[in-house]
Design a protein around this ligand. Structure first.
Ligand code: ADP
Ligand code: MG
Length: 159
């Protein structure tokens, strides 16, 4: 990360707060928004994506589940949401996964993005989840490109 990359931290005190941050992003996502989600098991990535889906009017939160076993779930709302989880993959071939079929038109939420970090070219919003207590999580948002900087600005993290 260069010093010029803006980053923002928020702390959540419940799963609901984490999904609310996702919803706020989902409400303002544009075609081509890529959310690269980093963090350990249980850190809150899937909770966050539930909120993104709700913000896009793409699914009810209870209908969004981890795609750990199917690799990708699709939800359609204001935009299509393609939800990937790389957890079980050793060697990740984004092309074979169909990632690029969704890169331009859809919103992509990618769990375990650390597995493809060096291959994630193009504008994206990196969000790292850290477990800071039984019910608390720290989310760090880092814009990687112009579109994701604008997304962060429009999110108005600290109004
Ligand atoms: P991941 O997808 O990163 O593996 P999940 O979202 O599936 O993680 O699970 C997060 C777990 O942590 C859930 O069981 C949730 O209830 C719990 N949790 C506790 N506090 C929080 C919080 N502040 N934000 C998100 N999840 C939380
Ligand atoms: Mg998950």
């Amino acid at each position: 990360m260069s010093a010029a990359d803006p980053s923002s931290l928020v702390v959540t005190a419940s799963p609901q707060e984490t999904s609310d941050w996702g919803r706020r992003i989902g409400e303002i996502c544009r075609p081509g928004t890529l959310l690269a989600l980093h963090g350990d098991l249980g850190a809150g990535k899937t909770r966050f994506v539930k909120g993104v889906a709700r913000g896009l009017d793409a699914a009810r939160e209870e209908d969004v589940t981890s795609p750990t076993f199917v690799l990708m779930n699709l939800y359609s709302g204001r935009l299509v949401l393609a939800h990937f989880d790389l957890y079980r993959l050793d060697r990740v071939d984004l092309e074979t996964l169909g990632f690029y079929d969704y890169r331009r038109e859809a919103v992509i939420a990618l769990e375990w993005a650390e597995k493809v970090e060096e291959k994630l070219l193009g504008d994206h919003l990196r969000i790292s989840f850290e477990i800071t207590g039984e019910h608390s999580r720290r989310l760090m948002f880092q814009a990687r490109g112009k579109a994701s900087r604008e997304l962060l600005d429009r999110m108005n993290l600290f109004p």
